[in-house]
Design a protein around this ligand. Structure first.
Ligand SMILES: [Zn+2]
Ligand SMILES: [Zn+2]
Length: 237
């Protein structure tokens, strides 16, 4: 998902492959018109008692029945659709609601959307792990966003307005006169929402002023200015 989607929240359709209860045998695994029967080896228990004789006496323990693999039933005639497996893998499209403020590796649990339970067991859950693209200019740390803004010495000395990227589009930043290299300007509430506490105040965007040589800014257009900013930030890490 994109950075914007993570910041603002979104809904996404995902396609998964998961086993579904076979529609032909309705999960019995038996051919149409037939039924599974009780396993004759374990008498339906799924386990058999094995007795070991030794010099000091005999011991017994329960082991899984090999004939029915612990299910307690035997399918004399298998369903032709699922071959007695009871489930069939199918493609399925699910809509996932993603709240605002999620980050990389956050897991979203979809209750009951995992593999279907067999023999009356509950369905499993599906866990969706998010992968969020980086922003072109902003660096995220938890709820805060960081941006290094290169300005030329005159801009730092005289102050002025400059266009900067924010998580919510381009905005105008007012630089006060006599700003120094390394000064930080906090844009309150321009960070990211807390995904677990959406009613709490969001984080901030922190703009750090980098006073740089005019030659480092070959073009003064907004776009190139900020591209310079990005490469500048990269080269300083
Ligand atoms: Zn079937
Ligand atoms: Zn058995």
């Amino acid at each position: 998902m994109t950075f914007d989607e993570a910041i603002n929240g979104t809904e996404k359709d995902i396609e998964i492959r998961r086993p579904e209860i076979c529609a032909v045998c309705h999960g019995t695994g038996a051919k149409r018109g037939t039924k599974p029967i009780r396993c004759s080896v374990c008498d339906g228990a799924g386990e058999v008692r094995r007795i070991h004789n030794s010099a000091i006496g005999s011991f017994s323990n329960l082991i899984t029945c090999e004939n029915c693999e612990g299910t307690g039933e035997f399918i004399p005639e298998k369903c032709l659709e699922c071959n007695g497996e009871k489930r069939i893998f199918q493609r399925k499209t699910l809509r996932v609601k993603i709240p605002a403020g999620v980050d990389n590796d956050v897991q979203i649990r979809l209750s009951g959307e995992g593999a279907p339970g067999l023999n009356g067991n509950q369905n499993g859950n599906l866990y969706v792990v998010l992968s969020v693209q980086e922003h072109q200019f902003l660096v995220r740390e938890e709820k805060n966003l960081f941006y290094e803004l290169p300005v030329i010495p005159e801009q730092a000395k005289n102050g002025g307005k400059i266009e900067i990227p924010t998580a919510y589009g381009w905005g105008t930043l007012r630089i006060p006169p006599n700003t120094k290299h390394g000064d930080k300007i906090k844009l309150k509430g321009m960070g990211v929402k807390d995904v677990r506490n959406p009613n709490e105040n969001p984080g901030d965007q922190i703009v750090q002023i980098i006073v740089t040589d005019p030659d480092a800014l070959p073009e003064k257009s907004k776009y190139l200015f900020n591209m310079t900013n990005k490469s500048f930030r990269r080269s300083n890490r």
